[in-house]
Design a protein around this ligand. Structure first.
Ligand code: NAP
Ligand code: MG
Length: 494
């Protein structure tokens, strides 16, 4: 086993020596233009690494490489061998867990404790789940006519462009890579410009695991250039995207060129409803982590806490107490619960929303400001007196800002919960099973949690509708995303 100091040394060395090049066709290459960009450590605001910047020519090279791998080595392999390679990749991720955890933390500001507890186990679970599925993807014999044998086979779509955000770079990356590769597709992965480092490391480990060159190419760069080039590329068959609704709409337009398949996992403004008969202790605890986990940078964050008017004051008070006691600090410190937001741009966006809430007449019970002047820390903030029409109740802030909204009765709660442009997730807390069922039926959301908030599992479909996007990831749904049925007729005569 490697000792921690060696891992730390290797990591710093790797960051300092500028090796963060593109990963195309099995090689670490500079970009065609020679361009680079810097990624920062959001806990300090200091430069962490210089990274090669993929341009249009690099995306084209990556797509050509992934096409060749798709037509060649990858399609000639047994499905069980593909699965075995994914399991090998999982082994290597376990071997290099310390390095991956630190790299993800340094690049994104996520606390190491959270990455170890949540992100890394989810990455491994995703890989092993889809590794096991690789050789269980099958068609059907459908007896349509007496004069023919008619059946379907499920074929991989081809080259997949995967574009991911910065809030869960490892985990969301794997949500896309693992099922796509299990299905026999090849992938060009474009990580977010502010968190490119762990994607490159995963690409390297994939090569070490024995995945043929080109099966997984990793091309950090800017969304408007590299991301757009991937979306526009005529030889990409599918784009799987997680990010904002604004970019989601641009992706749909770009994908129209060659009618690519598209899956969009976009934002949310999820309601976490606390009924008068709820276990208030448990509800407030979960409501706190529902909005403050990952510094609120979670698509399914419970950013609107709807509390029945009879328990409203108690919920506000207890939630504020939780916010105040949150351990904010150095993400590398194992006792830190909340790190910075990911970038200065994001910090300004969150602070701006806090001003908007103040100006709209909501009251700040706790928080409401930047913490310190180094790094991009924002205090966990609780707004009370929030009305449904306010912008802080309608728009996604993507930061540690809770809007607590009172409601009169269940119908009122449903009306408020469903009253945004988003439909990703919702939570409800109640001791009444019939009421819980009424809520799950009426809430517009891809996931509804009852007496819990926030868990996801790779076996369950994940995604939303309206401005939260369309399509589902995870489970069998992901297999449908990356394959297509082919109908075969064999004329047998009567
Ligand atoms: P974003 O600005 O939409 O960026 C997401 C990715 O798209 C990044 O890699 C970005 O690259 C790239 N991109 C930007 N413009 C592009 C273009 N014109 N063509 C192709 N790609 C482009 O979102 P974000 O700010 O990173 O992430 C936050 C958003 O993601 C939030 O709205 C959040 O709710 C959503 N999200 C949703 C889920 C879900 O499962 N539903 C999960 C996590 C996050 P650059 O960063 O290099 O510009
Ligand atoms: Mg960074």
């Amino acid at each position: 086993m490697k000792c921690i100091s060696y891992v730390r040394f290797a990591l710093l060395d790797r960051i300092a020596d500028n090796t963060n090049r593109l990963l195309i066709d099995g090689h670490r290459t500079a970009s065609a233009s020679g361009g680079t960009f810097q990624t920062l450590n959001p806990a300090t605001g200091e430069v962490l690494a210089t990274v090669a910047e993929a341009g249009v020519a690099d995306i084209d090279a990556a797509v050509r490489s992934s096409r060749a791998a798709f037509e060649g080595a990858w399609s000639h392999m047994r499905a069980s061998e593909r699965g075995a390679l994914l399991l090998k990749l999982a082994d290597l991720i376990r071997r290099d867990e310390d390095e991956l955890v630190r790299l993800e933390s340094l690049d994104s500001g996520k606390p190491v404790s959270a990455i170890r507890r949540q992100d890394l186990p989810a990455v491994l679970d995703t890989l092993t789940y889809y590794a096991g599925m690789a050789d269980k993807i099958s068609g059907q014999v459908i007896p349509a006519r007496p004069d023919a044998l008619t059946y379907t086979v499920r074929e991989p779509l081809g080259v997949v462009g995967a574009i991911i955000p910065w809030n869960f770079p490892l985990m969301i990356g794997m949500w896309k890579i693992a099922p796509a590769l299990a299905c026999g597709c090849t992938v060009v992965l474009k990580p977010a410009e502010v968190t490119p480092l762990t994607a490159l490391k995963i690409g390297e480990l994939a090569l070490e695991a024995g995945l043929p060159a080109g099966v997984l190419n990793v091309v950090p760069g800017f969304g408007k250039v590299a991301g757009q080039a991937l979306v526009d590329h005529p030889d990409v068959d599918k784009v799987t995207f997680t990010g904002s609704p604004v970019v989601g709409r641009q992706i749909l337009q770009g994908a129209a060129g060659n009618l690519k398949r598209v899956t969009l996992e976009l934002g949310g403004k999820s309601a976490n409803i606390i009924s008068s008969d709820a276990d208030i202790d448990a509800a407030v605890k979960a409501a706190g982590s529902g909005i403050f986990f990952n510094t609120g940078q979670v698509c399914s964050a419970g950013s609107r806490i709807l509390a029945h008017e009879s328990v409203y004051d108690e919920v506000v008070e207890r939630l504020a107490a939780r916010a105040k006691s949150t351990r904010i600090g150095d993400p590398l410190d194992a006792s830190t619960a909340m790190g910075p937001v990911v970038s200065e741009v994001q910090m300004q966006r969150v602070l701006n929303y806090i001003d908007i809430g103040r100006n709209e007449g909501a009251s700040i019970v706790t928080g409401g400001a930047r913490r310190g002047d180094a790094g991009y820390f924002v205090e966990p903030t609780v707004f009370a007196g929030v009305r449904h029409e306010m912008r802080i109740s309608q728009e996604e802030i993507f930061g540690p800002v809770a809007a607590v909204i009172p409601f009169k009765d269940d119908e009122d709660a449903i009306r408020i919960a469903n009253g945004t442009v988003y439909s990703l997730a919702a939570g409800v807390w109640t001791g009444d099973i019939a009421r819980a069922h009424r809520f799950t039926k009426k809430l517009k959301a891809g996931t509804v949690w009852v007496n819990t908030y926030g868990p996801t599992d790779i076996r369950l479909p994940w995604g939303g509708s309206r401005d939260s996007g369309f399509g589902r990831e995870h489970g069998d749904a992901a297999i449908d995303n990356f394959t297509e049925p082919k109908a075969v007729w064999i004329n047998t005569g009567r």
